[in-house]
Design a protein around this ligand. Structure first.
Ligand SMILES: [Mg+2]
Length: 188
């Protein structure tokens, strides 16, 4: 911990491939007249069965090894809302071999350091990049002043917002770059 750099990692499109489910929901709700997602769409997207069916993005399974070898800590920051916490926690455990917990501001007691999973509030229906940028500014940045942040995300709008605060890398290409960077370093 201490002054180690932090990888701030997105879920959808970065570690979990939920693209087919998103397409399916958009098609089913087409004609509603808006790209905006309400409770029906969100509940379907965050259903236990739906989340459990997502495959990890290529390269994402290496996340914990990449972090270990780079000597950095991990934080998950997703546009998913709290109602999907349980299923997302299980998915991360099952697919990435990483155990996540509540972020510090939600813990009743100060406990052991955990890899935190930051999610948006259930009543936050804004575009993902706005919700995530706010969680970053409100909860993450004040806790980690002076530490280098490296963001992994697939959404250009998120990357633009994040780039003010650290290094922003676009997924899925970032996985290959992070991994091959490690291998080259090791070969020297
Ligand atoms: Mg994403």
């Amino acid at each position: 911990m201490g002054n180690r750099a932090i990888l701030v990692v997105d879920i959808d499109g970065t570690t979990a491939d939920s693209s087919e489910r998103v397409r399916g929901i958009c098609e089913r709700f087409a004609g509603v007249g808006s790209d905006w997602w309400g409770d029906q769409q969100i509940n379907e997207f965050l259903s236990d069965a739906g989340i459990a069916s997502d495959k990890p993005m290529r390269g994402a399974r290496r996340l914990s090894r990449i972090a270990q070898r780079m000597g950095v800590d991990i934080i998950f920051l997703t546009g998913r809302s709290e109602r999907g916490r349980r299923a997302t926690t299980l998915w991360i455990w099952d697919n990435l071999d990483i155990e996540v917990g509540l972020p510090p501001h939600m813990c009743l007691r100060k406990g052991k350091a955990v890899i935190p999973l930051y999610m948006r509030d259930d009543d936050d229906y804004r575009p993902g990049f706005l919700a995530k940028a706010e969680v970053l500014a409100r909860e993450i940045l004040p806790l980690h002043k002076g530490r280098t942040l490296v963001f992994l995300d697939d959404d250009p709008k998120c990357l633009e917002a994040y780039s003010v605060f650290g290094v922003a890398l676009r997924s899925p290409h970032c996985w290959r770059a992070l991994w091959s960077g490690y291998k080259e370093k090791k070969a020297k």
